[in-house]
Structure formats: C-alpha cells, structure tokens
Design a protein around this ligand. Sequence first.
Ligand code: HEM
Length: 406
Amino acid sequence: MATPEGTTDSVPDHVPAHLVRSIGMLVSPEFLADPYEFFPRLHEDDNPPLFYDVNPVMGNTWMTIKHDIAFKALRDAEHMTTQTAGIFPRDPDHYFRLIPQELNPPIHRKFRNVLDPFLSPKAVMELERDIRALANQLIDGVIDRGACEFTEEFARPLPVTVFLRFMGLPLDMTETFVRWVVSLISFAERDKAIEIMSEIEEYLLSVIEEKRTNPDGAAISHIVHGRIDGEPLAERDIYGFVFFLFIAGIDTVYAALNNTWVWLARNPDRRAEMRADPDNIDAQAEELLRVFGVTFSGRVVTQDFEMNGVLLKAGDRFQSLLPSCNYDPAVWDNPREVRFDRPRKPILTFTGGIHACMGGHLARLEYKIALKEWLRRIPEFSLQPGCEITYRPSGVIGPDAVPLVW
Ligand code: HEM
C-alpha cells in the first residue's frame, strides 16, 4: 500500500507535542492479541478526543476515537476529502479513481445513483430467500461433523457467494478473489500490492469487456452500461467503480461474522438469550455490529481549519477510528457491555455522511440471516480447545481462523 510510514521525526511543527500519541493501531502486541479489547481501552486510557498518531504502518495522522468528532469529520466535505486518502498504489500514467470513495460532491452522488437502486433495502430484501437457503446449505455441510473452521466453511462462502452473484462474477474464482483482496488490504504484504493490483486489473478489464457485449443484469453490467447525465461512464471510471466495489464487498462481512462468532462461542448465556428472543434480531444485530466494527475512515484535510480547538492544516491526514468510536462512553453507557435493549443510536461501523457504505443494507441482511439460522440449528458450540485466535495488521479487522466444535 502507498501509505507513508509514520515516524516521530515527521510530525509537522503545527502539531502540539502534548497531542502526539503512538497507540499501536494494527501493530502493537495489545492490538494483535485482541482488537476488541484494544478499541474500548483507548477511551479508558484517557486519550485526547483528537490526537496525532504516529504509526509505522498506517503513517502519521490525526486520529479521533470520539463519536461526535468522527460524525462531524465524516460530514465535512468543505474541509475534508477522500480524494487523496486512498491507499492503493496506482500508475500515474494510467490512473483511475476509486469510485465512489474518492469522489467529492456533487459528482459523487451521480455515480452512486448508478448502483444505489440495486442495494436499497427493498432491492436487497429480494435476495433474502436465496441468502437464507445458502446459509442453510452451508450449515447442512458441517452440522453432522460436530466441528468446522467457521471462516472457510460459513463466514466466507456466505457473503462472498452473495456478493459475486450480485456483481455477476464466477463463483469458481472465489479462492483467487479472496486471496487477491486479503493480500491487498494486508499491511504485512505491502510489497505485493503493485503485482496484485495488476493481476486484478487484467482480470476485471476482461470481465468488463465481456459484460459490454453480454450484459447479465448484475452490478458490473449496470456500471458498464450506466449513464450519468445521459452520457456513458469513461473507461477508467468504469474500472475504478468495479475495482472499488470488488475490494469493498469481499471481506468486510466475513470479518464481522468471524469477530461475532468468537464472541458467541465464548458466551453461551448470551447465545441462549438471543435464541429466546428471535424477533429481536434487528436490535441484536445492530448491537453486535456496534461492538465489532471492522474498518476505519481516512480523509485528507483540504484547507487549514480548527477542530475541537486543534489546528488542522491542508494536507494533514485524518482517521476516524470507527470501531473505537462505537465504544464512546458519551454515547453508550458502559460501552463494553453487549446489551440488546439499548436505545437506538447511530453506529459508525458503516461510517456516516456522504460516503456511508453502499453495501450496508445487504451486509446487515446477511449478518442477521447468519445469526438467526446458525443459532437455530447449532445453538451449542465453542472454540476448539487449545486453539489460538490470531489477527494480522489489515485494513479490515478480524481473526485469521475460527475453529469451532459442538
Ligand atoms: C460488514 C460489512 C461492511 C462494513 C463494516 C463496511 C464498512 C464500510 C465503511 C466504513 C465505509 C466507508 C469508508 C470511508 O469512509 O472511507 C464503506 C464504504 C463503502 N462500502 Fe462498505 N462495508 C461493508 C460491506 C460492504 C459491501 C457488502 C459492499 C458492496 C456490496 C460495500 C460497498 C461499499 C462502497 C461502494 C463504499 C463506498 C461508498 C462511498 O464512498 O460513497 N460495503 N463501507
């Protein structure tokens, strides 16, 4: 990835020394031991609401763990942009924008309009039956065995299959797609990023060509044949849109499922509570998605301005640490506690503002179906005795594997 390596020497002069921290996001032993212990602890450790973080893999950046500051930053298109915040290396002579993520208003909305109708709550509800059938088929494959590697056998195939059908991509390429995306977002495999980017490009460009002549009613076809103000999309914009969706849609849901199942496996009472109240699935899912946020939102400051009494300068990087913002005690009482009767407050797992996740409705639907069907059919399960749950520094946070027994 193209993020500059952060060092204390490269902290700019306008950053007050008392705001400099090095919290160890993605890299410290504490983070790697258990990110979901790390995120709430950032509040308990008395970090300033807005601080300047020095990090060897994420680079130097302003960072907030506060819900209100993140909410403001994510809505502030006047002072913040996603335009130069992207982390994937690109050839300047053959550049493409990550669409819609790197677009600013008003063009951003026009691009989203090409695909938003296919990801609306109504559109995704039409997929419910198929998703439920797939979840049950995956459970059929493991239930009599009394054990499984949850990631490989359920958490990954469920959302990845749904996503590839949505995109119109072949299911028999699943393993390759997952390998590409996981390597690309891994901070440990930065040196491979350029090579993987070109493999993905070669493949996706061939798919785009294919959909041009053989449209199939799936997302890539909608983009290839989409129009903005009556005009077809530019070639590089078609690619940037397809590429970004591909990266955004593959591993986010399964990371959320993995994190949740580690917790479920360790908390039999809470599983029983959920099963006893299946009609409360919306609140259960929203609360679990609050505590298991998997990614964060990077921006770049476009003009000098003051935020929370701190001067931010044009060109500074800014990170809203969403999984930690979801533990802000000013918004959620006793935030570490998982409570299914909390008053509904906006969680930041899918971020907020104009770049709010386009796949949020689909992801929530898959997540709820997974919870309901698994708990109904495999109510008792635990982590395989002696197994170690491990994490890697990655742009999407979740354990590498979740071995279960029942
Ligand atoms: C649990 C699952 C998911 C989580 C936690 C998640 C999270 C996020 C977050 C935090 C952002 C904002 C990034 C930023 O502010 O820079 C985002 C944007 C986005 N996500 Fe998701 N996502 C998930 C699933 C999906 C899926 C399944 C898709 C595709 C079907 C998707 C498509 C997108 C797109 C296209 C954007 C960019 C929106 C824009 O810039 O306007 N996401 N997602």
